[in-house]
Unconditional design. Structure first.
Length: 523
């Protein structure tokens, strides 16, 4: 990865880390505290609304109490004034204002009268036919034991919707008079509007379906603000059940809870511009000079001209780096010259190494192919050499390797002959323009000379107890269908057959897979 890319990634990482840290601090520390304060205030608004509704119920109780007081005063007059025929009208006068309707009934709820009040008359919305029976069925049991006192509450009428009521029960000396008085106010938009004006809130009646849909869509619980700054709650009835659903419009949040907010985008824009300037200055003052330095170093490497010196100057630490690189080039140049001398030689035997052999093989293969010349390879392997090292030690083993190298040099003497040590006890000779029989004879002579040296080998697998070797010979007239590796594989195959046939011998490879065997003449 380039330095420019690294610098860019570093800038992006710093920006990302800064943004992430700020975001986490906001989401995990600041916003939770602000959300808790906001939720507390929202719950206070809901609580204020419910308290206001409770006060309204209390006002209804006070109204029915006042009606009872007036009726009681009239009854105390006895026979002085005949007031009983006016009792219903009295109830109407006392309970007409700001009510939807009221009900007069006896204790059993049998002789009941429902009268519309101001709001029902105003909006021409009389109660449904079954509303009175529902109300009496709900209120009468609650009035048991409350004679002379007033009660209030809320419940849901299947016929007339959510209702707020106040009721009282009394006794008369004349049993023909109604003993139950119930004042009814619908819990609707008008009542909610009245309470909103008193509290400075923005609540409204909504359907249960809308409430459920909003809570599901925003994945928030009841009494908790949604992302569009609304609250949903229930109005509970006497039994604790939900009789109406409310929607509160709240003010916008006083804090930022969006990821891509204007503040965030402004900060990001400033950071991007700042880092762009930093990267531009870095490219001009650091990256471009380093790129120039890298270009010069690449040219030196490609041309293997380590005697060349770098010519880049910026001052300070950069010039010190250039100086150290130039000293390194001088050092490499000296070592390269030494390595070139030894890179093609086997340090132990003085023969060529695998690198030299591979280069010469490629060259001679192309030469033989171009001139239609036969090329031969002879692969040698010392017999039981591992056992020799185990018995006599590696120092003596090195002496044997040098002895065998001398044998090969005495047999393969042409300028074009290539002799190399390619492994521990493995040697190979490459012979250009030499027929297979001649190559075989040379290999056999080398094995014979090694045997005549009579180097002791007590761990040898044969009876001679001297150091011996085996060889594999292969010859090819190069064509387009063959490669230099084919020649080496064939010679290795012949060597493998020589080993399996008893060692101390040379074998030739034939294309048909038939191997020619010749035992060493000195056996």
């Amino acid at each position: 990865m380039s330095l420019s890319a690294r610098a860019t990634l570093l800038a992006l990482f710093v920006m990302l880390a800064t943004v992430t840290a700020g975001y986490l601090a906001r989401e995990m520390i600041l916003n939770p505290k602000l959300l808790a304060i906001e939720h507390h205030n929202d719950l206070q608004d809901i609580s204020r609304f419910r308290e206001s509704l409770n006060r309204y119920q209390q006002n209804l109780e006070d109204r029915v109490k006042r009606i009872l007081s007036v009726a009681g005063f009239l009854e105390a007059l006895g026979e002085t004034v005949e007031w009983r025929p006016f009792l219903q009208e009295l109830a109407r006068i006392g309970g007409y204002e700001e009510l939807d309707y009221f009900i007069l009934s006896d204790d059993a709820g049998q002789n009941s009268v429902l009268r519309t009040a101001e709001l029902a008359d105003k909006y021409q919305a009389p109660p449904a036919a079954g509303a009175m029976n529902e109300i009496l069925k709900h209120v009468l049991p609650r009035l048991e034991g409350h004679t002379g006192a007033a009660i209030s509450g809320r419940f849901y009428s299947e016929s007339d919707g959510p209702l707020v009521y106040a009721a009282t029960r009394t006794t008369w000396s004349n049993n023909q008079l109604p003993t139950i008085y119930i004042a009814i106010r619908r819990l609707n938009r008008d009542l909610i509007k009245q309470l909103n004006q008193q509290l400075g809130l923005a609540a409204s009646i909504t359907s249960q379906g809308e409430l459920n849909s909003a809570l599901k869509r925003y994945k928030v619980p009841l009494d908790k603000r949604t992302p569009d700054n609304t609250l949903y709650t229930h109005v509970q009835g006497d039994a604790g059940n939900a009789i109406a659903s409310l929607r509160f419009e709240t003010g916008p949040r006083a804090f930022d809870d969006k990821i891509f907010s204007p503040t965030f985008l402004a900060a990001m824009s400033f950071a991007v511009v700042a880092w762009a300037v930093v990267l531009l200055l870095m490219r001009r003052s650091v990256i471009y000079p380093i790129r120039d330095l890298a270009t010069q170093m690449r040219l030196i490497r490609q041309n293997s001209n380590y005697s060349q010196q770098l010519k880049v100057s910026l001052g300070g630490e950069f010039d010190q780096l250039v100086k150290e690189c130039n000293e390194l080039l001088t050092h490499v140049d000296g070592h390269t010259r030494q390595l070139e001398t030894f890179s093609y030689k086997d340090a132990l035997t003085g023969l060529g190494n695998r690198r030299l052999f591979q280069e010469r093989l490629d060259y001679q293969w192309r030469l033989a192919k171009r001139n239609s010349l036969t090329i031969s390879a002879v692969v040698f392997d010392l017999d039981y050499f591992k056992q020799y090292n185990d018995s006599y030690g590696h120092t003596e083993g090195d002496i044997v390797l040098r002895e065998f190298a001398q044998v090969l040099e005495q047999n393969f003497t042409r300028d074009t002959d290539v002799i190399a040590r390619t492994g521990g006890e493995e040697f190979i000779a490459l012979l250009l323009d030499v027929q297979e029989q001649d190559a075989f004879n040379l290999a056999d002579n080398a094995l014979s000379q090694l045997r005549r040296r009579a180097i002791p080998h007590s761990a040898s697998g044969d009876d001679s107890k001297v150091v011996t070797a085996c060889a594999g010979v292969a010859s090819i007239l190069p064509t387009d269908q063959q490669s230099a590796e084919t020649l080496i594989r064939q010679a290795d195959a012949a060597l493998y057959r020589a080993k399996n046939a008893g060692r101390d011998q040379a074998m030739r490879y034939h294309p048909a897979g038939i191997f020619s065997l010749q035992r060493n003449a000195d056996q």
